[in-house]
Design a protein around this ligand. Sequence first.
Ligand code: GDP
Ligand code: IMO
Ligand code: MG
Length: 423
Amino acid sequence: MSTKVVIGAQWGDEGKGKTIDILAGRADVVVRTSGGNNAGHTLMVDGVTYKLHVMPSGILYPDTVNIIGCGVVIDPKVLLEEIDGFESKGISTKNLKIDARAHVIMPYHIELDGLSEAARGKGDIGTTKKGIGPCYTDKAERSGIRMCDLIDAEIFPEKVRENLKIKNKMIELVYGGTPLDPEKVIEEYTAYADRLRPYVCDTVPLLHKAMDEDKEVLFEGAQGILLDIDLGTYPYVTSSHPISGGVCVGSGVGPKHIDECIGILKGYTTRVGNGPFPTELNDETGEQIRQKGFEFGTTTGRPRRTGWFDAVIAKYAVRTSSLTSVVFNKIDPLGGLDKIKICVAYNKNGEITTDFPPTLTELAQCEPVYEEMDGWNEDISDIKEFDKLPLAAQKYILRVEELIGCKISSIGVGPGRDQNIER
Ligand code: GDP
Ligand code: IMO
Ligand code: MG
């Protein structure tokens, strides 16, 4: 048996989808464990692009079981759109399994996400407005609606009516929004329930049976470690646990079942939404990286903020997610830059540190300490062996590996399934 966790080791969008699609070729089971359709995972196979939001990234392999675990929050409408999208392309979703415990994103969650962001004004988080925060809030508050409730024709209407008594007051009286009609919500979501019912089950025994039978299991993380609600740049975070530990609570396995933790990094840093970003480049170089890396949100289309690679963040990821190896994606967009900088440490009021600080106040006192390296001009997108890379690219990768203290096992040189250098 082998179980591998794949997580984002920066602020998300590191190329997790691409890496999971590659690794899923050898996996029997792929499990999404946290987040919802705030995620956007892109797969590019034979020139066709697939953008997945809730669907696990093993879906292109007909025999792979794809599980949506209990830690995921599900917008039924979005999931059905994804199911229909794949089925219409002749890609079967018969092996999709949705855990009965997973929480449902309801229309009032989406409404409240937008209203609360607007109320925060300039201090907004920059959420995806997909209802993620309000859904996880209800889960923690224990008023959430789960997939098992959605598919229960008696329980679901009651829960919607009960919840909307309070949610409508919040929408109307706190935020000045328009209340929702419970009966319309019930009608719309009952139709979604009817279609999703065949996929809903208890995925915990299924997963454990697979592990008992020595199957290959791949846990697909979403977001990135700095968006973790506890270990990220709070409050500019999401509402779940993108660190590797989140995989356990989001699927129902204990840490002893995890063999490998693979962190996905990219050759530079990006962030969508607001919050601190020490190595951010608000200049032509940042724009060049954005254009070459096509750094625009998969979910919201927003331009991603770009900056130099930050080894302090990557080292924090190695520690907080017990990474056993790293996939270093998106090296190719750095091509054409004369010089490339790496943030090797922070200067915090004169003290040099490689520890990522716990508070935004301390982070604001940190200035990146840069090391400058030579760039390269060659097109590297078809290279398959490390030794064939331009020397400057090799040096850059090896220096990053040294700084983060974790083996770089694979390097991404393009979005395609075969655009990788294995080491
Ligand atoms: P995820 O959220 O971590 O799955 O990443 P996204 O899919 O949101 O964003 C990563 C983007 O980079 C996608 O458009 C991928 O197709 C693309 N990508 C992944 N790896 C590479 C790579 O090595 N080089 C290039 N140029 N693009 C890549
Ligand atoms: P993948 O899986 C990048 C960010 C949002 C915002 C913050 C909170 O594709 O890497 P939320 O809607 O979750 O309440 O927004 O988190 N965010 C992501 N940024 N990639 C993601 O997912 C993200 N999911 C959420 O932009 O800053
Ligand atoms: Mg993404």
